[in-house]
Design a protein. Structure first.
Length: 228
């Protein structure tokens, strides 16, 4: 915390407000007395910078994330609702609002937000993925698979969407299908650790030790590069 905290008093305003954003989850009392005032000042500068762009949904999303980290959930919700009202097609606001509702035990409200957003942007991968995960939590497996699969197909550049879809398939006993999804994904994302680890486990589960070993070796090579 010491390095970013020292930047709260930097001469450059942009650096001060960036430090305030990074440290948003802290309280003034956690800082030495000489930095406590600087923290409050830099936080106010960050808020003012976002409010200056109040006509943009991104600014309200930024404020919502700040308030959420500070535990001000009501203010975070209000900012996200404002972002959605400014641009109903701005998916990050809907996704974060649904996630905020999830954390507050309001899954039904989150489902309504995502469903409405998908009516406007039916092929948005982030919305499909978020609603798919919500369906998983509600144990609506068929609907979850449909949505997670649609997210993976809508954004093949995301290894994460393919991985989560494959996990959902595997959890319903469709090991072969889950492997097929990841075999396709690994071609585009050869160094994705989660995908490699899953392929090791699932090929072992399927009884093909040679393929499991091949992915184990690739995973070990990746680990060796990281350790250098």
């Amino acid at each position: 915390m010491q390095v970013p905290a020292s930047l709260l008093s930097d001469l450059v305003r942009g650096i001060r407000i960036e430090a305030a954003e990074v440290l948003a989850g802290r309280t003034s009392g956690e800082f030495p007395s000489d930095l406590s005032t600087a923290f409050e000042h830099a936080t106010n500068e960050y808020i003012a910078a976002q409010e200056f762009n109040a006509d943009r949904p991104e600014a309200h999303l930024n404020l919502a994330l700040l308030f959420a980290r500070k535990g001000k959930i009501d203010r975070a919700e209000a900012e996200l609702k404002t972002a959605v009202s400014i641009d109903p097609s701005f998916a990050p606001a809907a996704v974060n609002l649904a996630d905020l509702y999830r954390e507050s035990g309001r899954e039904a409200d989150g489902e309504a937000v995502l469903t409405a957003a998908l009516q406007r942007s039916p092929h948005d991968a982030s919305l499909l993925h978020s609603l798919g995960l919500l369906m998983v939590r509600q144990k609506q497996n068929m609907k979850a698979l449909e949505l997670l699969g649609a997210a993976a197909h809508s954004d093949p550049a995301s290894a994460r969407y393919a991985f989560v879809y494959a996990v959902a398939l595997h959890d319903t006993g469709r090991t072969k299908d889950s492997i097929n999804i990841l075999e396709g994904s690994i071609k585009a994302h050869p160094y994705d650790r989660d995908t490699l680890a899953a392929l090791v486990d699932w090929w072992n589960e399927a009884g093909d030790q040679s393929k499991a070993l091949a992915y184990t070796q690739r995973l070990n090579q990746l680990d060796a590069k990281v350790d250098r």
